[in-house]
Design a protein around this ligand. Structure first.
Ligand code: GLC
Length: 420
């Protein structure tokens, strides 16, 4: 049976989570503007309110730093519901922001909104955002790949957007669980602790923030001091896709020099990313830049190079088969960690649950390879989960149960994108 999404209800989630030009991921648990959430949410808004879609992205870049970084959180208005707040980050930006970034979906969102825009001011707004996205891509290349390898690094698991993925276990274990800042977790007051990262993870998360704050948030000092450096697939694949979307926007808004700069980064990153393919595992794997070792893990991030058109046709088919194999083991796909991996936990955040935004990107990728049946199966599964469970933060792949925060903005946005 094909279930239908209640698009009016999806719109209502965005409207209810609107705090004046920006959308919180959900009330209470995440009371500020989050970077990659907002990019997907802007695409969701674009399906019914173009003005609001532009505002979402413009408010996000209000948090952009002078060096080009788009922070993972913009604290537009105070709230006691979340830890760590601006005092712990201590970044001295106005508006207050965190000091790390998140998967750079921005340029892809700008292209999406512009492609669907009808307003007279659309080109002007897209042009402003084009320059913001360009500055952010330069930041990734300079601050997070200072050695020019073609792969950018995350210095904190939160930057990947996949906070407690088993992909970080080994590299993260080297980070001392000794924060100087007192931990005042608020998340477990809003949702059950069994669905959230462990306390020890939080000690390490905050230890990293302490190191970076004490280094004054200077990009080269962070690079030198970071005890955690990983070339993550979500970041690199999403950035690679975003560069392609930026190149497209540059045809309209960019200079010849900018076009050349973007395509040079695309070529270099494509070469570096293709070395992360694992024929044996049927997906791409991240690289621990401190130990120099490939991280032998199978997570949904490893399929995201599909979204960047990176794999060969054979590799894309191999990944599609691997996804089918995972979905054969659990009831719903795509689980964030392989259900064949002993670290798979169906209810714990990024260690197993299904996330709508990831499914959206994987399905877009598969469809671009004309793997239509596989793409449609993921889309139908995602629609089914949302229509039966509502706009949950994520879903248990074994039971389909909606988990985490409710009335979640990016899940509503994906619902709108999948209902077109
Ligand atoms: C969690 C997720 C992250 C998301 C944020 C807000 O931290 O891991 O990806 O951006 O919540 O929804």
């Amino acid at each position: 049976m094909t279930r239908r999404i209640d698009t009016a209800a999806a719109r209502d989630v965005l409207i209810a989570n609107d705090r004046g030009g920006y959308t919180v991921p959900t009330s209470r648990l995440y009371p500020f503007q989050w970077n990659w959430d907002s990019a997907f949410v802007a695409m969701g808004w674009a399906t019914f309110d173009e003005e609001r879609a532009w505002r979402e992205l413009e408010r996000l870049v209000e948090g952009q730093w002078a060096d080009g970084m788009v922070p993972h959180i913009v604290f537009h208005a105070p709230s006691d519901d979340y830890f760590p707040g601006p005092d712990v980050w201590g970044t001295h930006h106005s508006p207050p922001t965190s000091g790390i970034s998140q998967p750079p979906v921005l340029a892809s969102a700008v292209k999406f909104v512009f492609d669907h825009a009808k307003g007279a001011d659309a080109a002007k707004r897209a042009e402003g955002l084009y320059h913001a996205a360009l500055a952010s891509h330069r930041w990734w290349a300079i601050a997070r790949d200072p050695e020019g390898t073609g792969l950018v690094a995350i210095l904190h698991p939160w930057e990947s957007g996949m906070d407690n993925s088993p992909a970080w276990d080994e590299a993260f274990a080297r980070v001392p669980a000794e924060p100087r800042t007192e931990i005042r977790r608020r998340d477990t007051a809003h949702v059950g602790a069994a669905m959230r990262p462990h306390d020890d993870d939080y000690r390490r998360y905050i230890h990293l923030v302490d190191i970076f704050r004490e280094a004054g948030w200077d990009a080269s000092a962070l690079w030198e001091k970071a005890p955690f450096k990983v070339a993550d697939l979500a970041i690199n694949a999403i950035l690679q896709r975003a560069e392609q979307d930026l190149a497209h926007l540059a045809e309209r808004f960019g200079s010849e020099a900018e076009k050349a700069e973007i395509s040079a980064r695309i070529e270099k990153r494509a070469r570096a990313l293709s070395a992360l393919w694992s024929e044996e595992r049927g997906l791409y794997q991240p690289l621990d830049l401190i130990s120099g070792a490939r991280i032998d893990v199978s997570t949904s991030a490893g399929f995201l190079p599909l979204f960047a058109g990176l794999p060969s046709a054979d590799q894309a088919r191999r990944m599609a088969a691997e996804i089918v194999r995972w979905r054969g083991k659990v009831a719903h796909g795509v689980p964030s960690t392989s259900p064949f991996d002993p670290r798979f936990e169906p209810k714990r955040y990024w260690r197993g649950p299904v996330w709508g935004v990831v499914n959206y990107m994987i399905a877009e990728g598969l469809a671009a390879y004309e793997l239509t049946e596989e793409a449609d199966a993921i889309r139908a599964d995602t629609r089914g989960l949302i229509s039966s469970q509502g706009f949950a933060e994520y879903f248990d792949p074994t039971t389909g149960e909606g988990l985490g925060g409710g009335s979640f903005s990016w899940t509503a946005a994906i619902a709108l994108l999948l209902s077109r």
